[in-house]
Design a protein around this ligand. Structure first.
Ligand SMILES: [Cu+2]
Length: 326
């Protein structure tokens, strides 16, 4: 191989990263079910050299409460439509919302880069796996249709113009995690409640990965009017629970387990019965780490933690300990 040939090969190889970036992609390609999501569509080139004049993205099922970010020099248009299934968000039932966003009338040269942004929420019930955002990029001359979607479970590798992909990391069957600062919350779950019950319980694992103590002090939830922090103990053979006015201290390096028959979160004043398979958002407030929100998945009555191989722990009849909340 001559030196010139080698230089040519090297030149072609150095193009490879640009080719990979040629697709319109989302900046953040993973999100948890139940989490908020900021979608940043990255446009790195036009259509065969022609400047981009319009970008249109379709919002897939399970991405709800979407709001586009306006863009100077571009006209914003949204198309609303029904969701595949109603979604409960912050205690409100949502049946429709933004399904398509179009930014048009601008001009982005082939040699320039820009971002098109929207914010939304991943439904708690979103299944683990890929969500696809088909994008149509229109240019002064021609268009690129980033709309190819592989068969379920298969990779987009090899597709010439794949839709923008977002991987949903967790489903209602897979415990999830949320973290802020040194506080990490995981395996959050609740139990289905019989109709008419006004209270429910929540369990999770909280770890302080930092070097200073912190304290869970309070909380709020989509599903109930109030959130309380309770402990449970056996006195003279009778199980009793009491609200913890001081909350729960978590020492540096400590993991605190909230579980049936022990420390737990109490959802007081349920707006509706908790239904197995669904989920709701809970925000817990820590003295130092601040507010952390994560979805609690609802397990069937009598079930244990999601993914747990241990037999279910005995069902607690909370109502008998909360005569005032019946
Ligand atoms: Cu309780």
């Amino acid at each position: 191989m001559s030196i010139i040939q080698k230089a040519l090969v090297a030149g072609v190889l150095s193009l490879a990263p640009h080719i990979a970036f040629a697709h319109v992609t989302l900046e953040r390609q993973e999100a948890n079910a139940g989490a908020s999501y900021k979608g940043v569509l990255r446009v790195g080139h036009g259509c065969d050299g022609a400047p981009t004049t319009s970008l249109s993205v379709e919002i897939p099922d399970h991405v709800v409460a979407v709001k586009p970010m306006p863009k100077a020099g571009w006209t914003l248009a949204v198309q609303e439509g029904n969701y595949a299934a109603p979604v409960t968000l912050h205690g409100r039932k949502l049946e429709a919302g933004v399904r398509r966003i179009t930014w048009s009338g601008g001009k982005l040269a082939d040699g320039e880069y820009d971002e098109f942004v929207f914010a939304g929420q991943i439904a708690v019930a979103a299944p683990a796996g890929q969500l696809w955002f088909p994008v149509v990029q229109t240019c002064e001359k021609g268009e690129n249709r980033w709309t190819e979607v592989p068969p379920p479970g298969q990779s987009a590798r090899g597709l010439k113009s794949p839709a923008a992909a977002l991987r949903i990391l967790a489903s209602s069957s897979a415990p999830q995690a949320a973290a802020q600062g040194p506080i990490r919350m995981e395996q959050a779950w609740s139990r289905a409640t019989p109709g008419g019950s006004k209270i429910g319980a929540g369990y999770l694992r909280i770890t302080n990965t930092g070097s200073t103590p912190d304290r869970l002090v309070s909380g709020t939830s989509d599903a109930s009017e109030r959130v309380e922090i309770h402990d449970m103990s056996v006195t003279d053979g009778v199980m009793k629970m009491r609200p913890l006015a001081e909350g729960i201290a978590i020492a540096p390096g400590q993991t605190v387990e909230l579980r049936p028959g022990s420390l737990h979160i109490m959802f007081v004043g349920l707006k509706a019965p908790l239904t197995a398979g669904a989920g709701f958002n809970v925000t817990l407030d820590f003295e130092k780490a601040g507010k952390i929100t994560m979805p609690f998945v609802i397990q069937p009555i009598g079930a244990g933690a999601p993914g747990s191989t241990k037999p279910a722990e005995p069902e607690m009849d909370h109502s008998s300990h909360h005569p005032g909340h019946k």
